[in-house]
Design a protein around this ligand. Structure first.
Ligand code: 5AD
Ligand code: SF4
Length: 424
């Protein structure tokens, strides 16, 4: 099984390459000076991660060829509807005009089923026009559920009494190696709480060993020092997932005691300057959050211009200060995905596990409302269940093979192919 189809590097200018997939071209960031025009490569998240031997590449490309064009046709068929119907605001998107906050609030307030479906289909059509049927599936390894922070919403907050675990460097590398060798993963998100036991030395070792596997190393380790992130970049990490959580400073200060929005945004900006690929976004449904806050959140995400957009609903979790909050309406999340697609036509938008936790259909619906990326949890089973970041997380008891099978079936049913989604 393979989560990325290799492509052929057909052009190179400075550090930006063009990779061809069956006649489709995608821009990628080059990260390996030894790769030359004509080489076959794997790219993930818009970055070339390694060269693939010609024979191996040709075998995969041939094996996928027929399927690739079948999938393309299917996606085309499912994403054809570009009608704006009664939603005049959408015509402005076609005319490349800016949408005002008032108009975005109007879209966010849609309740009518037909209008909702129009908005989602329109966003899906934009996704198709920008990305074709490319999709990315990254693996996530939750390597520690220790955290020194006490975010009000979070189920692994320091003050919550839960069974804690840490994976050793060997356990992390073995998990990743298995996922590369047996399952074809090409990119890994290393996620943990803010666990200071993983100091510079430990993290550098882990990143170097993963880098040696020829995969894209994505960090999701929270607010750590700029110096540490620089060391990890030097060791080979190339992407960071760090949500700003909310653009509302007061809400941020209350819900993430001891930290400020300003510091978090500064870190995201520093990481961007270092050359990291950034995935960021926000939580939806924090107490006191207004529709305007949500629009501000979407706008701030767009302003940060990340390579990947990640937003999820708050899942109220027992024994946390937000245990009694109301559950978010799935359509609100789908509207946020669709509106983001309209504001950032070329964005890469993730369907997150929290969204799936809201509703079993949400993964599919998110992909049909403008999203184009997924993550699969490949944490070893006995630890997956302990990463209790929120209640009733989907997939924690499911066998990984079964989950992969279902995800591939879903992607195929929607006509999505695992070529890289490209750099925009
Ligand atoms: N519900 C949904 N998402 C949550 N996160 C933390 N707690 C919850 C929760 N209860 C998200 C935060 C954090 C990411 C790792 O998990 O947005 O950035
Ligand atoms: Fe720790 Fe992150 Fe949870 Fe906050 S959201 S308590 S930093 S794991």
């Amino acid at each position: 099984m393979c989560y990325a189809i290799p492509g052929r590097l057909i052009a190179l200018k400075d550090n930006i390459g063009t990779v061809d997939y069956y006649g489709e071209e995608r821009k990628v960031l080059m990260d390996d000076a030894s790769i030359q025009i004509g080489d076959y490569v794997y790219a993930q998240g818009g970055i070339v991660i390694r060269k693939v031997e010609v024979e191996e590449a040709k075998k995969i490309i041939d094996a996928w060829k027929e399927k690739f064009f079948e999938l393309k046709d299917k996606d085309k068929e499912l994403s054809q509807n570009e009608s704006t119907g009664s939603l005049e605001i959408l015509q402005k998107v076609n005319k490349k005009k800016q949408l005002s906050d008032k108009e975005l609030l109007e879209l966010l307030a849609i309740k009518d089923k037909d209008d909702l479906s129009l908005l989602y289909q329109f966003a899906n059509n934009k996704r198709y026009k920008e990305h074709d049927n490319a999709s990315c599936v990254h693996g996530i390894i939750e390597f520690s559920n220790y955290c020194s922070q006490n975010c009000w919403y979070c189920g692994v907050r320091a003050n919550r009494d839960i069974q804690r675990y840490r994976l050793s460097a060997d356990q992390i590398v073995d998990t990743a190696k298995d996922a590369v060798d047996k399952l074809g993963f090409q990119a890994f998100v290393l996620q943990s709480g803010e666990d200071l036991v993983y100091d510079e030395q430990k993290l550098v070792e882990i990143v170097k060993r993963l880098k040696d596997l020829g995969v894209l190393v994505f960090l999701s380790i929270g607010l750590r020092s700029k110096e540490l992130y620089q060391k990890l970049y030097d060791a080979g990490a190339r992407a960071v997932l760090l949500r700003f959580e909310t653009s509302n400073e007061d809400l941020f200060a209350k819900l993430r005691p001891g930290t400020t929005l300003k510091d978090r945004l500064q870190l995201i900006s520093d990481l961007t300057d270092m050359g990291y690929i950034i995935a960021t976004g926000f939580l939806v449904g924090l107490p006191g959050e207004t529709p305007q806050d949500i629009i501000n959140n979407i706008r701030l995400t767009c302003k940060l211009n990340p390579e990947m957009y990640s937003f999820g609903p708050l899942i109220p979790t027992c024994d946390t200060p937000l245990a009694k909050e109301e559950k978010i309406d799935k359509d609100l999340m789908l509207k946020i995905i669709a509106i983001t697609r309209l504001l950032a036509l070329d964005s890469n938008i993730l369907v997150t596990t929290a969204l799936e936790t809201l509703d079993v259909q949400a993964k599919k619906e998110g992909l049909l409302a403008g999203a184009n990326s997924l993550m699969l949890n490949i944490t070893p089973q006995q630890f997956k269940e302990l990463y209790t970041i929120y209640d009733n997380r989907v997939g924690v008891t499911e066998d990984l093979q079964e989950e992969i099978k279902k995800t591939v079936e879903l992607l195929e049913s929607l006509g999505r192919a695992p070529t890289d989604i490209g750099l925009y």
